[in-house]
Design a protein around this ligand. Structure first.
Ligand code: ASP
Length: 309
């Protein structure tokens, strides 16, 4: 049996030690561990990487601590518009959804789009209609309400500024969630889900639902889920770039992920990070911000749950 492994993230940003109370820090770590264990157990029982990443992301979406599903940030008009995507590396199947509201677990809708719609990417009203036809129950806006995120929005709501989640510094807050995994058959998968950026314009789409930018999976190389300033991650085609550096330049997972985050994205002016796994189960979790909520576990017995550098 090959090594199997999983990594998850809950966003990157200006996460400086001492910024949070020890209680809040412990809460973040507890939730990260819970989501990690849910995903890891799927792999341990011989399940697929696709199921593992979906289940881990659902758990993170259900926590108000992270900017995805419950706890999504507010848009400029005070609503929640969520994006998500999922991809597997054997057949390169992918599903993505953007600009949806009221959906408790957008990653599950992305998977349905991948497996049942014959399409890859659906957005807005069409995606909502499709969700309803599949029997997705809609949550009321109160379900997504989080006081911290509401206050963040109040601070900038009448300005042209939009900001990311998770930090003191207004322009560098990230809170997207994601998971990548390699199962015992050597198939990799990735999933990403987000509420996007606080006070983002109505209709703005970030990197998270974009195959190749925020999410990518290919058994020949790796699976990647990103978090950061989406506009830069789109322009850098970040997730696919990691895969390309491995495929065409022969870089290792660690080298490729480091090059993209600490060199290419930085040069573009973007900040954030990513989690990645290759088909041998190796993991990389680079970020160019002060911190990134992250956790990983491998069948070789390695386990890590971290926030800071
Ligand atoms: N990348 C996400 C976006 O631009 C934000 C984040 O990572 O928090 O929508």
């Amino acid at each position: 049996m090959k090594q199997f492994s999983i990594a998850i993230h809950g966003g990157a940003g200006t996460l400086v030690k001492g910024m949070m109370t020890p209680e809040l820090e412990a809460k973040y770590k507890t939730h990260l561990e819970k989501a990690l264990t849910i995903g890891y157990d799927v792999l341990k029982q011989g399940g697929s990487s696709l199921d593992a990443v979906e289940k881990a992301v659902v758990e993170l979406e259900n926590s108000h601590l992270f900017n995805a599903g419950k706890g999504s940030v507010f848009t400029a008009n005070g609503s929640h518009e969520m994006d998500a995507s999922i991809m597997e590396g054997k057949e390169l199947q992918a599903g993505a959804v953007s600009l949806v509201t009221g959906i408790k677990n957008p990653v599950q809708l992305a998977r349905c789009i991948m497996e049942q719609s014959g399409h890859v990417f659906m957005a807005g009203n069409g995606a909502m209609e499709y969700a309803k036809s599949l029997g997705f129950k809609l949550e009321a806006p109160e379900y997504f309400f989080d006081e911290l995120r509401y206050n963040q929005w109040q601070e900038i709501k009448d300005s042209e500024t939009f900001q990311l989640d998770h930090s003191l510094k207004k322009d560098s807050k990230f809170g997207t969630v994601g998971a990548v995994a390699c199962d015992s058959k050597g198939t990799v998968a990735a999933a990403t889900s987000t509420g996007g950026m606080t006070n983002k314009r109505f209709g703005r789409v970030g990197d998270s639902p974009m195959v190749g930018a925020g999410t990518y999976a290919n058994n020949n190389t790796c699976a990647v889920s990103c978090t950061g300033s989406g506009e830069y991650f789109i322009r850098g085609v970040v997730a696919y770039d990691v895969s390309c550096l491995m495929e065409y330049k022969g870089l290792s997972l660690a080298e490729a992920a480091h090059e993209v985050i600490n060199n290419r994205v930085l040069k573009l002016g973007g900040d954030g990070g990513l989690i990645a796994v290759d088909a041998q189960g190796n993991i990389a979790m680079p970020f160019n911000t002060e911190g990134m909520y992250r956790a990983c576990q491998t069948s070789l017995g390695n386990k890590d749950i971290s926030i800071y550098r």
